[in-house]
Ligand binder design. Structure first.
Ligand code: IPE
Ligand code: IPE
Ligand code: MG
Length: 237
């Protein structure tokens, strides 16, 4: 563990991305409906975002709903969307805390009222100077790349002018640094279509703790591990 001084001097990752997984199993363990797991997961998300803002993290991107999650029972999808509505209605979440919120993903198929609430939340927090909080909603890494390719074709960019940057600039995350640390709680060891382009050189942390139980102390253990990693990006040191 770091002592206080070492903690102040450590080099935090610039951008942490979290796959908020394990809500269903958290509820099952307690003989509760899956909706209770999503409610607990949502509460934990707010706590962790606040904590990241407090320690001075620049970017946090959380996976809230994937392009594959529509396969779930209609009631569960509705329940998740309702939790999102409640979160968005509480504009204080962003304004008072100086957190700048942005949604990434294909927002087009979402209900009209959710799209309006998202716009409000993004506008409301536009000038915040604290944590950049990206919420991945109806997000899929492959879907995101397809969208970028469509834009390139629409813009009639010549093949010889296409570089990695051309694609990067047309992703939902355009203008944001790549995640340097990806955390997946809940004991699964996969990306599930999350930030597949952006994570090319990310470091990874997997934990068996289920998302609603993943507290700042678990995040600190992960960050400590990140600080000890030797990142070479294909070069030599
Ligand atoms: C993550 O928890 C929340 C979403 C995918 C929306 P899960 O609902 O996937 O929880 P498990 O994996 O079933 O435990
Ligand atoms: C990934 O979790 C998506 C989110 C956390 C929003 P899933 O639970 O959907 O992923 P799989 O199905 O286990 O790969
Ligand atoms: Mg899951």
């Amino acid at each position: 563990m770091f002592n206080k001084k070492a903690k102040q001097n450590r080099k935090l990752p610039t951008h942490i991305a979290i796959i908020m997984d394990g809500n269903g199993r958290w509820a099952k363990k307690r003989s509760l409906p899956r909706s209770a797991g999503h409610a607990a997961g949502s509460k934990n998300f707010k706590d962790i975002a606040r904590y990241c803002n407090k320690i001075g993290l620049k970017y946090l991107t959380v996976y809230a709903f994937s392009t594959e999650n529509w396969k779930r029972p209609k009631e569960e999808v509705e329940n998740i969307m309702n939790i999102l509505r409640e979160y968005l209605k509480d504009a204080k979440n962003f304004k008072d805390e100086n957190i700048k919120v942005k949604f990434i993903g294909d927002l087009q198929p979402l209900d009209h009222d959710i799209k309006e609430l998202i716009k409000d939340a993004e506008n409301e927090s536009e000038n915040a100077t604290g944590l950049h909080l990206n919420i991945a909603l109806n997000y899929g890494g492959r879907d995101e790349i397809v969208h970028a390719v469509k834009k390139i074709v629409e813009e009639k960019i010549a093949p010889e002018d296409i570089t990695e940057q051309t694609i990067t600039d047309r992703l939902y995350t355009a203008g944001h640094p790549d995640p340097d640390f990806i955390i997946r709680p809940s004991g699964e060891y996969r990306l599930s279509n999350y930030l597949i382009w952006q994570s090319a050189y990310a470091e990874y942390w997997f934990s068996d703790v289920l998302w609603p139980d993943f507290k700042p102390k678990h995040l600190e253990t992960a960050i400590d591990a990140f600080c000890g990693r030797d990142r070479r990006f294909g070069g030599v040191k």
